[in-house]
Write a protein that binds this ligand. Structure first.
Ligand SMILES: [Zn+2]
Length: 257
């Protein structure tokens, strides 16, 4: 399985793409599609039939706002092949509302079947030979900002990766990622940042390193590094917990998983 990054940046970075990855195996699965991803995606994969499925981890703009644009272009390009859209509880209604707000009435005349699948922690699903499993992430739990957020693990032909999405530290993701070849984990602010006390939204690089160590993964990829933290500092902090390979993927980077 090959994993291609369209971005790994935080939501409001000056130039880095939103966190978005393409898992390529027997089928092609896109993981998250934020507001600045569609043009990056079309430049690399213009074929209207290329994607088999899209997983949306949660309903925040840097994870889902680009998806209506992808779907709209598939319609314009006269796609007929079905598309599977996967997301957490409430995803189908939220997506339909967003699409209808941006392009009123067009979802009903897409011209190709769109299947929605809502998942929750413990759910399992197959896309071709890719076996997908999910855990509930911990993103803004107990606050007025809470949205259901899912972490995903993909296993295919003996290889595997796990994507935490936006989350504070949770054992659930450490369990989900057990033995994976690669873990892609939220690393927003340093462990010492006041932010973590104010907002139960994101992890520190230390948290990411702890999860990687517990799960025994081969490689850790840090994403969502805040623009004021910087990659070098995040790598150093995560490295204090995890002594395997640690990377900070850039747009266009690909990994054989
Ligand atoms: Zn989020």
């Amino acid at each position: 399985m090959k994993l291609v990054f369209f971005g790994a940046g935080e939501a409001f970075h000056d130039f880095k793409g939103n966190i978005s990855m393409l898992a390529m195996g027997e089928k092609n699965l896109l993981l998250d599609c934020g507001y600045n991803i569609p043009q990056r995606f079309w430049q690399a994969y213009p074929d209207k039939d290329f994607l088999d499925a899209v997983f949306v981890s949660h309903f925040h703009g840097d994870h889902v706002a680009g998806l209506p644009m992808l779907v709209m272009r598939m319609r314009q390009d006269k796609r007929t092949k079905p598309l599977l859209l996967i997301g957490p509880e409430g995803f189908e209604a939220s997506f339909k509302r967003l699409y209808d707000t941006l392009y009123k009435g067009f979802l009903e005349v897409s011209g190709f079947p769109i299947e929605f699948k809502e998942i929750r922690g413990g759910s399992k699903l197959s896309v071709g030979s890719m076996n997908l499993s999910f855990a509930d992430a911990s993103h803004l739990v107990g606050t007025q900002f809470f949205v259901p957020t899912a972490a995903i693990r993909v296993d295919s032909d003996g290889s595997s990766f796990c994507y935490s999405s936006d989350t504070t530290y949770t054992d659930r993701i450490a369990e989900l990622a057990k033995g994976c070849n690669m873990l892609i984990h939220d690393s927003f602010m340093p462990a010492s940042a006041e932010y973590h006390k104010r907002m139960p939204a994101h992890s520190s690089p230390t948290d990411a390193g702890r999860v990687a160590k517990y799960a025994g993964v081969k490689r850790l990829a840090l994403f969502n590094i805040h623009r004021t933290l910087g990659d070098a500092a995040a790598l150093k902090e995560a490295g204090s917990e995890f002594d395997g390979e640690i990377v900070t993927p850039s747009e266009g980077d690909s990994f054989d998983i």
